[in-house]
Design a binder for this molecule. Structure first.
Ligand SMILES: [Ca+2]
Length: 138
């Protein structure tokens, strides 16, 4: 099964998990909303160092490890278990990842990634990818 989604056209990676794994299907993200294609594209762009537009198995493993970390982080800071991270929770999460951002930068991040003041896991991951690329922590 394709790790990204049926419509992405990428080759499938089979045997990685029972029944395959698809980032756009629920399951990986648990109770949270499955990834949308935009987030998937951002994730692929982050790891596609040879610019082939495809994700190799090692790149996929790296993404999988990063996602697990972000998911644990997300769940840890979603104190009220709302399935979303609110601005004050986001501040703690960003600090925990080792980033120091100004209040102004935090406001911009929240404006960019939240919907109605709440950040869902999907957008949280997109934000993590962005922070990672901005800080050159690739
Ligand atoms: Ca919350």
């Amino acid at each position: 099964m394709c790790p990204i989604g049926k419509s992405c056209g990428l080759p499938s990676i089979s045997g990685y998990s029972p029944g395959g794994l698809c980032l756009t299907q629920s399951g990986f993200s648990g109770n949270y909303t499955p990834f949308n294609l935009d987030t998937c594209r951002i994730m692929i762009a982050m790891l596609d160092r040879d610019y082939t537009g495809k994700m190799g198995f090692n790149e996929f493993k790296e993404l999988f490890a990063a996602l697990n970390g972000w998911k644990q982080n997300f769940m840890m800071f979603d104190h009220d278990r709302s399935g979303t991270v609110e601005p004050h929770e986001m501040n703690q999460a960003i600090n925990a990842m080792g980033y120091r951002v100004s209040p102004n930068a935090l406001n911009i991040i929240i404006k960019r990634y939240s919907k109605g003041g709440r950040i869902c896991f999907d957008d949280y991951v997109a934000c993590c990818v962005k922070l990672r690329s901005l800080t050159g922590n690739n």
